[in-house]
Design a protein around this ligand. Structure first.
Ligand code: ATP
Ligand code: MG
Length: 660
């Protein structure tokens, strides 16, 4: 392929970007405008034109998968040999190579179980905590490290201004001690972690001129995709690689900044022209991915924020939205539906996927996206029941999760002494409560929240089956769980993608179902400040713009697994509803309508009045108990106590694995 041929298939602005081979270049553009395509073609064009030596160019992408895709694209464009890597992979190679020269001896191994090490650090400090909290604490250590904060400087930053939420259930001071202890344990064991790879590479590049000179000699040109989500540490590394040179091309969309919680910031993208005075800036606005109908909704979502900002006296930063213009022909009108319950929503989605499949849409071209990984259970269940294969991206299948396996072990043990006067849901609640599960959702993201959602899903399933079946026993419940587990583990060759919105970044599908668009999930409960709400909006924008042709957005008025009470549809849907010409309320779909679940219609018929406050009840277990979820004294505390006592006695005898 000749250099000129590489430029074919690009529009005018993309061509301008691709043919600007020298100097700082910043491509600012919205989702689906061909940013990734433009930089890939730019590299290939530079190589084919003889301006770039492929071995002297480093392209940095956000995920290993994106890097592999770029390498394969470059191969097919006639530019093999270019290094396309993540920041980590690039840094690791340099660290391994230069370790003997800069540090000497053997490079420590990279630890693969941060949580295990952190557990030891906690033990040294006599801090008792559970595994999910440890996972969240490990996340906070990652954040501190990519923000280049030591345990001491962490304290100052965490407590200043609005402060940082307390991680994993410990206060900032305790966290700082734990962070220090973790670093000590790591050092004692001659291990390094993932963030150390970046920190140490930065360290040797800063301290050792020989290393810096060699790296700069090797790489002359740098390209960074998804630059809006670069962390201060990654930027520092990039600056060191550049060493004051200007051969840098960055690509980003500030409206897609969704990783702030990991320390990423769009500031480097937004301030690129102040840092590089001679930068060429190219804006792309033609959207090649999505239909006009989908693009219109994405534009509306962003412009709604701009209107809102105009009303504020002290507007927080919000990027000037680049209005996208679709290049595709018209497609179906996006769907916006509201369901009574989350499992009815999931069954409806499974049904719609079945329809798309019949129309010839391959399953690999369909995705269901949600806010938290914990939400996947309802979809795993609905798809398994409908016989539709699926694969999870970025998280484990429900029945493979450690907390679910442990919960099942605990339920199995409890079934051995079923006395059961107790209904199955009561027994399930009691067993899980004795392991620390609480009815209220934790006001946090991450592993603690995910564990809670998994437990809540088990409780809600017990409620549902108890209402549907006569003489429902713990044995029957466990048998059902076994069966579901087996169904969900059927091997998949090609399947629907189930993924969190975060892990859908940069990807695209013909059909996208955005599910659980309710207040509390989108935006998520703990997003309270304006900047947090803004990030949630951007996440929603990322979700919408993943769809090529078919887009479905749905909400569920009550979530079995999502805590108590009714849930309102997401505030972000308001302008979209107007855009779609839908009256309030949006189309409501009854839980039983066309559902493949043979039991759901039986369930929907049951209603009763709460014996305590008179509220009309619809949730099956509440019907049975005749007491609504809002009324106090819902559980038999004595029963709990008895089960707790029993559990601890049994646990000693049977050596039941610790649940957390
Ligand atoms: P995101 O912001 O989601 O990362 P992006 O801006 O990187 O999106 P790409 O993934 O590069 O966009 O492109 C989106 C889709 O549009 C891809 O399927 C790509 O092949 C297609 N595309 C981009 N530019 C063109 C073009 N000039 N002609 C035809 N198709 C194009
Ligand atoms: Mg891209």
């Amino acid at each position: 392929m000749t250099a000129e041929e590489v430029l074919e298939g690009l529009d005018e602005e993309q061509r301008q970007a691709a043919s600007t081979l020298t100097g700082p270049l910043c491509i600012l553009a919205g989702a689906g405008t061909g940013k990734t395509r433009a930089i890939t073609h730019r590299i290939a064009y530079g190589v084919r034109a003889g301006v770039y030596d492929p071995h002297r160019l480093l392209a940095v992408t956000f995920t290993a998968r994106a890097a592999a895709e770029m390498r394969s694209r470059l191969n097919s464009l006639g530019a093999p040999g270019v290094q396309a890597r993540t920041f980590h992979a690039a840094a690791l190679r340099q660290l391994q190579y230069f370790w003997p020269l800069a540090i000497g001896g053997t490079m420590p191994q990279i630890l693969d179980h941060k949580v295990r090490l952190l557990a030891e650090a906690a033990r040294r400090l006599h801090i008792t905590t559970d595994r999910a909290s440890l996972r969240d604490l490990a996340g906070e250590i990652e954040w501190a490290k990519v923000s280049t904060l030591t345990p001491d400087s962490y304290l100052e930053v965490a407590e200043e201004g609005a402060g940082r939420p307390e991680p994993g259930g410990v206060d900032h001071r305790t966290f700082a001690k734990l962070y220090q202890s973790y670093e000590d344990v790591k050092l004692d064991k001659h291990l390094i972690d993932f963030e150390d790879v970046l920190l140490l590479t930065v360290g040797i590049l800063e301290d050792d001129e020989r290393v810096a000179a060699q790296v700069r000699q090797q790489y002359r040109h740098f390209v960074v995709d998804e630059y809006q989500d670069v962390s201060p540490l990654q930027q520092r590394l990039l600056d060191l690689w550049l060493g004051g040179r200007e051969e840098i091309c960055v690509v980003g969309d500030a409206a897609q900044t969704i990783y702030s919680f990991t320390g990423a910031t769009p500031d480097f993208l937004l301030n690129f022209t102040s840092r590089h005075k001679d930068a060429t800036v190219v804006k792309l606005i033609r959207d090649y991915r999505s239909t006009p109908e989908v693009v219109q909704l994405a534009n509306t979502l962003l412009s709604d924020r701009t209107r809102e900002q105009a009303r504020l006296t002290d507007p927080p930063a919000w990027p000037d939205p680049l209005r996208l213009v679709s290049q595709k022909s018209h497609g179906p009108t996006p769907q916006l539906t509201q369901h009574a319950e989350d499992d009815a929503e999931a069954s409806w989605i499974a049904e719609q996927i079945g329809v798309l499949q019949q129309r010839g849409v391959p399953l690999s071209e369909i995705a269901v996206l949600y806010r938290t990984n914990g939400q996947s259970q309802a979809f795993e269940q609905a798809l398994a029941q409908a016989g539709i294969s699926y694969q999870l991206r970025g998280s484990e299948r429900f029945f493979s999760r450690a907390e679910v396996r442990e919960a099942l072990a605990a339920l199995r043990t409890s079934s051995l002494v079923e006395e059961g006067g107790d209904t199955v849901p009561e027994a399930v609640r009691a067993v899980l409560s004795s392991h620390g599960w609480r009815r209220e959702a934790p006001e946090t993201t991450g592993a603690v929240r995910e564990r809670w959602e998994s437990m809540a899903a088990l409780v809600s399933l017990a409620d549902q089956l108890d209402a549907e079946r006569e003489d429902f026993t713990m044995k029957a419940f466990l048998a059902e769980l076994e069966e579901r587990s087996a169904a969900q583990h059927a091997p998949t060759v090609e399947g629907v993608t189930l993924a969190s919105l975060h892990s859908a970044k940069g990807l695209e599908w013909d059909a996208v179902f955005l599910a659980g668009l309710n207040e509390g999930l989108m935006p998520i409960t703990f997003a309270k400040e304006q900047k947090e709400i803004d990030e949630e909006r951007r996440l929603f924008y990322v979700g919408i713009t993943r769809a090529r042709t078919y887009l479905s957005m749905s909400s569920a008025s009550s979530r079995h697994s999502g805590g108590r009470g009714k849930r309102q549809p997401s505030r972000f849907l308001r302008p979209l509803r107007q855009e779609l010409g839908l009256e309030e309320p949006t189309r409501r779909i009854a839980p039983s309508s066309g559902s493949k679940n043979p039991n759901s219609s039986a369930r929907s018929k049951k209603t009763a009045t709460c014996s305590s406050c008179g509220t009309v009840l619809s949730v099956p277990t509440e019907v049975k108990r005749r007491r609504c979820s809002e009324c106090p004294a819902r559980y038999d505390e004595a029963l709990f106590e008895r089960l707790r006592e029993w559990r601890s006695a049994q646990a000693k005898e049977l050596e039941v694995p610790a649940f957390m």
